[in-house]
Design a protein around this ligand. Structure first.
Ligand code: HEM
Length: 238
């Protein structure tokens, strides 16, 4: 008779793994994280765009709006922290899903076949980092006034900073390019959200596409009006 231990005794129990870790390790969990953080970031973008449009009501209106946002520093920093966490988790879920899809791809796979070969879907990996770089530039430009000192940043005078900052054509052009990237990213993001939520049947395609188009036009259209209005001389320093 063999002296080796019975098979059941040598089977090691799997390492204790929390439920959350298991969900976050799964593709479905990662897609949910990407969708949830995408919704949070889109909510911020919509709110920011609507707030920015107060510039068309004049300096007093947008400066009062800016002052209201700074009135409760704890809330402001809470929102900033939430946004930063959302951006971090959004990038993490993208990387985790990409690593999985590279691992699943058969060796020698060379022909690129795009299931949904739109420009927006193919450029997600570029529009994301460009938007990240834009947000860093943008905060140093309008929130801290450190990156473009030539326009004489005035702390708290949002109207002056906005109009003076965007009066310099190369900077306004960068904003317009960044908004084009935002359009591509948001369009594909809304489309993908539908897929992640399970509406991937062809009968939902045209609805998802229309909703993504409408959302993109409203949000990006609202943002891009401002650099164009400054360049056209419609918004002037007061
Ligand atoms: C033409 C487009 C845009 C204009 C004119 C604009 C304008 C501004 C202004 C004036 C501020 C500073 C407000 C203050 O005085 O504190 C600001 C802050 C900010 N913007 Fe924008 N924005 C634009 C697009 C965007 C986009 C597309 C994003 C995100 C994808 C974004 C993200 C932010 C963030 C994160 C801050 C910092 C908020 C904070 O202080 O915590 N902006 N923006």
């Amino acid at each position: 008779m063999s002296s080796s231990a019975p098979a059941a005794a040598i089977v090691q129990s799997p390492p204790a793994e929390s439920r959350l870790a298991r969900i976050l390790g799964s593709s479905i969990g990662q897609k949910l994280v990407m969708a949830a953080t995408g919704i949070i970031l889109s909510g911020f973008v919509v709110g920011h765009m609507v707030g920015n449009l107060t510039v068309f009501k004049g300096a007093a209106a947008i400066n009062a709006y800016g002052a209201a946002l700074r009135k409760f520093p704890a809330v402001l920093w809470g929102v900033r922290f939430g946004l930063l966490l959302s951006v971090g988790l959004h990038i993490w879920s993208y990387l985790a899903l990409s690593v999985k899809s590279w691992g699943a791809r058969p060796k020698g796979y060379r022909v690129t076949s795009y299931k949904e070969a739109s420009l927006a879907s193919r450029t997600m990996r570029w529009t994301g980092p460009i938007l990240g770089a834009f947000v860093v530039f943008h905060i140093l430009h309008f929130t801290t006034g450190t990156i473009h000192p030539g326009f004489a940043y005035i702390s708290g005078d949002v109207y002056h900073n906005l109009v003076a900052g965007l009066s310099y054509a190369p900077v306004a052009a960068f904003y317009i390019v960044a908004m084009a990237c935002l359009a591509l990213h948001v369009f594909h993001g809304v489309w993908s959200l539908f897929q992640s939520l399970g509406f991937s049947q062809p009968r939902y395609d045209s609805f998802a596409r229309r909703l993504a188009t409408l959302f993109t036009i409203i949000v990006v259209g609202g943002f891009v009006l401002i650099p164009f209005a400054v360049l056209a001389g419609f918004l002037k320093l007061q």
